[in-house]
Design a protein around this ligand. Structure first.
Ligand code: ZN
Length: 78
């Protein structure tokens, strides 16, 4: 059951990485944003919508539609 749990992809380049831990996936997204300015997104594989929603509420969602909610992260870049 150690399969991938999240796939990180980037609409602006060929980034396509799989992670077993969401923290690692999120880190990849943030690193990618820092390095390239791209907004990579993750696709959750097996996690419930509840986890996804929790991440959304916590402001850690990497999905495209959550750009506005990531304002705190954007401030960190300044
Ligand atoms: Zn990219």
């Amino acid at each position: 059951m150690a399969n991938k749990r999240a796939t990180v992809t980037c609409p602006d380049c060929d980034l396509d990485e799989e992670f077993e831990k969401l923290a690692a996936a999120r880190e990849c997204i943030e690193d990618h944003r820092t390095e390239t300015g791209h907004e990579a997104v993750w696709e959750l594989d097996r996690l419930s919508e509840g986890v996804e929603r929790a991440g959304d509420e916590a402001g850690v969602c990497g999905r495209e539609g959550c750009g506005d909610k990531e304002s705190v992260l954007f401030q960190d870049e300044l």
